[in-house]
Design a protein around this ligand. Sequence first.
Ligand code: HEC
Ligand code: HEC
Length: 161
Amino acid sequence: MSLRYLPLLLVCAFGMAVASELNYPLDAPAPDGRRPGGTLTQEFPAPALGNEENKDIKRERNYPEQPPTIPHSIRGYQVDANGNKCLSCHSRAGSARSQAPMISITHYMDRDGQALAAVSPRRYFCTQCHVTQQEVKPLVGNTFRNIDQLLSDEATDAAKP
Ligand code: HEC
Ligand code: HEC
């Protein structure tokens, strides 16, 4: 046999070794998360996508450095090497036309804090940091308390005798 097939053979052997190592029961109950119920190997139809919240009302930020969530739908907006739909409204020039808030100065800064003339490449792909919200119930509980609440707790504690 020619050695040409050796790599293929090794991959097959490795695959079979991995498959035979399967040491969890196939019908073990799955954790109740995004897809409650069922077993580990059972497939369910994907849950319906929620609607993007599209109320155009700015949401409160949980801390000052938080990238604000997007209060409008962005379905079908192109952001790639050929174009950036977001910037057509949110760029320096675009915001006057659209009345959308201009991206802040940090979007023009390089990693050394130097302000550039155009949007910094590291801030070009907006949805890396900014996300829409869906009209769905939260999957898990959340006990986050913001800094105002923490400060007020502290003040109440300090006032106690
Ligand atoms: C057609 C114009 C338009 C386009 C395109 C657009 N936006 Fe907006 N955006 C707005 C306007 C206007 C607002 C102000 C609130 C509102 O009216 O929804 C806004 C608000 C926002 C905010 C909230 C700012 C804050 O202070 O809370 C974010 C974040 C945002 N947009 C991100 C994006 C991203 C990311 C994209 C591209 C995927 C995008 N926008 C595309 C017009 C636009
Ligand atoms: C690396 C993360 C990151 C990326 C990528 C990014 N942003 Fe932001 N954005 C932030 C953060 C953090 C803030 C809030 C603090 C600040 O202004 O720097 C913000 C703030 C904003 C605001 C509110 C500005 C204001 O003055 O209220 C808008 C609008 C916005 N971004 C739009 C965009 C758009 C459009 C893009 C794509 C061209 C984009 N951002 C890319 C992190 C990011």
